[in-house]
Design a protein around this ligand. Structure first.
Ligand SMILES: [Fe+2]
Ligand SMILES: [Fe+2]
Length: 182
């Protein structure tokens, strides 16, 4: 398996852990408890500043490559590119609502609940679709040369949360992820 594909699957697993943690905190809030909004803020920060900045562009490069190769992927890639845009809008909306709630703004609980549900479902469905349709297609259609070109274009940025060196600002988040997984 090309290294980049392996990374994409790994990043999906990482994202799934973050969504589970987010869901657990939002459930605490929904049930009237005291949610850890600092932690929730860290999750949204990581999704915005890493996953959407590095994971999506990586996938977008693969979409381009598939198009160049004439792979029968037009509708699928158009759909996934559109989903990346929608996903980023949902992240911005969600981050804003969460920041407001964390600062005691009054947001109707059912509205909050609906937004959170939509956010979690959208992201989980997006990853499922990619793993069911896009990643197997990319693996079948692209050559070692294609992957080398993709990897050269991407460089090798290090993941600040799940990478070899955890950035200070994500240390607490990582501890929570590890606790949740044990
Ligand atoms: Fe994606
Ligand atoms: Fe993805």
């Amino acid at each position: 398996m090309a290294e980049t594909i392996g990374e994409l699957y790994q990043e999906h697993r990482n994202m799934a852990k973050l969504l589970d943690l987010l869901e657990a905190e939002l459930a605490v809030y929904r049930d009237g408890g005291v949610a850890d909004f600092d932690l929730v803020g860290d999750i949204m920060d990581y999704i915005t500043s890493w996953l959407e900045r590095y994971h999506h562009p990586k996938e977008n490069l693969i979409f381009e490559k598939l198009k160049d190769k004439g792979a029968e992927a037009g509708a699928l890639t158009a759909d996934l590119i559109a989903q990346h845009e929608t996903g980023e809008e949902l992240t911005r909306g969600m981050a804003t609502v969460i920041a407001n709630v964390a600062h005691d703004a009054e947001i109707p609980r059912d509205l909050f609940e609906r937004l959170a549900r939509e956010y979690l479902d959208f992201n989980r469905r997006h990853m499922e679709k990619e793993e069911a349709e896009f990643l197997p297609l990319a693996e079948a259609a692209l050559s070692a040369e294609d992957w080398a070109a993709i990897e050269a274009a991407l460089g090798a940025p290090e993941d600040p949360l799940f990478g070899p060196k955890v950035e200070e600002r994500y240390r607490r988040l990582l501890e929570n992820i590890l606790d949740a997984g044990s």
